[in-house]
Design a protein around this ligand. Structure first.
Ligand code: NDP
Length: 241
């Protein structure tokens, strides 16, 4: 039986590349999304992947979504907590809504999803949790106090959970992408983006597939001894110790 992988925000951008790569590696993939039905339909049609609409910020909605996935594919063995949004503003202008939305969708989502598959992984003695953080969670970013805090939170979450999962065959790791060529980054003003690319020693944006291949490795049996790790995939833009 194929192992089941859930990719949150798995229908667009980096998530879609992760869904595609995990499917190519033999996983039965469930791709979650928030509301962009067109992207989900394209993902389902082009990749042959089942897509599930639920809000990762809503614990009960996640539970209902997981029940549906389990009915269709079986219990979830691999979770990629990838769904995320930005609500940028300089801190002196940041609203409570901008703060809270990013906390809910980028950080609390990882609790909402992982908590509800964790006991099953423990019982089966195998699991993979991969949390998609960001270079900006490692180094901080002007205008992103909310996002940097949420993404840094995922790193601490992963390190703590790795210790709890270790004896049960569950690994928990964080992937920190640098700037990747997706809609999220294409939304950055051109001049700002040029400035960002100038700070990337490799001299270009990353590709979604380059994040996906790291996730596929972490999801594999070969990566069983890698847990609690923070994997940077950023073209040497920020070299964390
Ligand atoms: P995109 O904006 O391209 O895609 C986001 C995905 O998340 C979509 O599938 C979207 O669904 C889904 N999503 C958003 N909110 C929710 C929600 N509340 N519930 C369920 N699904 C939701 O993002 P990227 O591919 O650019 O980014 C993916 C991850 O990588 C994010 O966590 C991001 O922070 C991180 N990252 C991205 C970088 C980049 O350069 N792009 C750099 C570093 C980190 P829908 O289509 O329905 O809206």
């Amino acid at each position: 039986m194929a192992k089941v992988a859930l990719v949150t925000g798995g229908t667009r951008g980096i998530g879609r590349a992760i869904s595609e790569t995990l499917k190519a590696k033999g996983f039965a993939v469930a791709a979650n999304f928030a509301g962009n039905q067109q992207a989900a339909d394209e993902c389902a049609k082009e990749l042959g992947i089942k897509c599930y609409k639920f809000d990762v910020a809503d614990y009960d909605a996640v539970g209902a979504g997981l029940a549906e996935i389990e009915k269709d594919l079986g219990p979830v063995d691999v979770v990629v907590n990838n769904a995320g949004v930005t609500r940028d503003a300089p801190f002196h202008k940041m609203t409570r809504e901008q703060w809270q939305q990013v906390m809910d969708i980028d950080l609390t989502s990882a609790f909402n999803v992982t908590r509800q598959v964790w006991e099953g992984m423990r019982e089966r003695g195998w699991g993979r949790v991969i949390n998609i953080s960001s270079i900006n969670g490692q180094k901080g970013q002007f205008g992103q106090a909310n996002y940097s805090a949420a993404k840094a939170g995922l790193i601490g979450f992963s390190k703590a959970l790795a210790q709890e999962g270790a004896k049960k065959g569950i690994t928990v790791n964080t992937v920190c992408p640098g700037y990747i060529d997706t809609e999220m980054v294409q939304a950055v003003p051109e001049k700002v983006l040029e400035g960002i690319i100038a700070t990337i020693p490799v001299g270009r944006l990353g590709k979604a597939e380059e994040i996906a291949s790291m996730c596929a490795y972490l999801a594999s049996d070969e990566a069983a001894f890698i847990t609690g790790a923070t994997m940077t995939v950023n073209g040497a833009q920020y070299i964390a110790s």
